[in-house]
Ligand binder design. Structure first.
Ligand code: GDP
Ligand code: MN
Length: 392
């Protein structure tokens, strides 16, 4: 799960990670009021979307930049007017861009240095790793590609935690000089936040040193481990489903394991392994899966109905492949769920079904008796071939 920058500020405050004061606004009037409330001359207006690269982004209305420095509450209001309700396209949003529903008004600082700082879970070593670079502010991906030696990693033993010598080493490598104490404190606080909140990634690009020698986290990108969210109701409450794939939001509401993809053949499968194999075999026969969907072993008729509706609600989907190997799953429950959903939504596209295993005969009979236009398949290859042919 991701959160917005303005929400990240709440966590920064709680864990004493220094960041400039700011306030969120959903209307131009609120932006004006927020600027007045801050009561300072130098302000920054920042579009709030779950994507980076805002500074260099462009709005579809032609307005340039999702991060603007302004000098008055009136200008803050004018910039907010340009951004709110408009679609911002950045390197990370794809061509569709993201609708900006909120902006953050914050105190602007005068920057003398921009650094890159991230903490993430390194899967290879199963340890948190702190990643830093002197080349903050710009595209870190470009730094990684052109000058990889400028990106430094410090691995943290998960039980020992972040050690003082490691902080000193990082500060030395970043040439922090007299700002080392402040940067070190920020690092300790951020590491504590990362662990306590079960983050899988925190990226601050940039951490800045100001001309008056303060160190601030100026940007914030957070990613939380979904499996640990139950321990953090206050973080779960920050979820903004407007920023998520609507198909995945609907699936989560029904406890379905669903990941949206770009292809046009939807899959409904029981078991994660079988779902992956199904995607592979669709690819093998020249098709493109529209999703990963594992309805699990003990899915109810309601869940199957919901799954089928999510699939049919995706305008890219031109055909559906149901692949069930019923061990625990009862094939007839799948059949009933599909029929219930098809009755509500109709079945405007080809559907290929491969059923095998527990209660398969009844499942097939139920589907046959439904009068729906279903192509049945003997095995996985047969099913994949048939659905690929049907959508072409
Ligand atoms: P991103 O483009 O989505 O990563 O958004 P950032 O929050 O990182 O802002 C982009 C750039 O705008 C930063 O790298 C800074 O150079 C600049 N910037 C952001 N906030 C301020 C600020 O308060 N003062 C100044 N002078 N520059 C800022
Ligand atoms: Mn940034």
């Amino acid at each position: 799960m991701n959160i917005h920058e303005y929400q990240a500020k709440e966590l920064f405050d709680r864990f004493q990670v220094p960041s400039p004061k700011g306030k969120v606004a959903a209307t131009a009037k609120e932006a004006y009021d927020a600027a007045k409330w801050l009561g300072v001359k130098h302000l920054v207006v920042k579009a709030q979307v779950h994507a980076g690269g805002r500074g260099k982004g462009t709005f579809k209305n032609g307005f340039k930049g999702g991060v603007h420095l302004v000098e008055s509450a009136e200008s803050a209001r004018d910039v907010a007017t340009q951004m709110l309700g408009e679609v911002l396209v950045t390197k990370q949003t794809g061509d569709d861009g993201r609708l900006v529903r909120k902006v953050m008004i914050a105190e602007s600082v005068t920057i003398s240095r921009e650094l890159y700082l991230a903490i993430l879970m390194d899967r290879e070593t199963s340890q948190p790793v702190i990643v830093v670079s002197t080349e903050g502010g710009m595209d870190i991906e470009e730094v990684a590609e052109k000058t990889p030696e400028k990106i430094l990693r410090e691995y943290i033993h998960p039980l020992a935690g972040l050690q003082a010598y490691q902080v000193r080493k990082i500060c030395h490598n970043l040439d922090m000089g007299t700002n080392a104490r402040q940067f070190g404190r920020l690092l300790h606080s951020l590491y504590k936040l990362f662990i306590d909140c079960d983050c899988s990634m925190v990226e601050i690009n940039p951490v800045v040193v100001t001309t008056d020698d303060h160190v601030y986290a100026l940007d914030a990108k957070f990613n939380f481990d979904d499996n640990a969210l139950y321990r953090h109701p206050e973080i779960s409450a920050m979820r903004d489903t407007d920023e998520e794939d609507p198909r995945e939001v609907a699936a989560a509401a029904h406890d379905l394991n669903y990941i949206g993809l770009d292809g046009n053949i939807a899959c409904l499968v029981n078991g994660a392994g079988l779902a992956m194999a199904t995607m592979d075999i669709i690819k093998h026969f020249g098709g493109d899966p529209a999703n990963f969907l594992d309805v699990g072993g003990g899915a109810s008729k309601e869940q199957v109905t919901a799954a089928f509706k999510i699939i049919l609600g995706d305008p890219n989907v031109k055909g559906i492949l149901i692949n069930i190997f019923g061990g625990i799953m009862d094939c007839n429950i799948i059949a009933e769920g599909v029929i219930a959903a098809a009755k509500e939504t109709g079945l405007p596209i080809p559907l290929v079904v491969r059923l095998e295993g527990n209660n398969v005969e009844l499942g097939k009979a139920t589907l046959a008796a439904s009068g729906l236009n279903i192509v049945s398949a003997d095995d996985m290859s047969d099913a994949a071939r048939k659905i690929v042919a049907a959508v072409q």
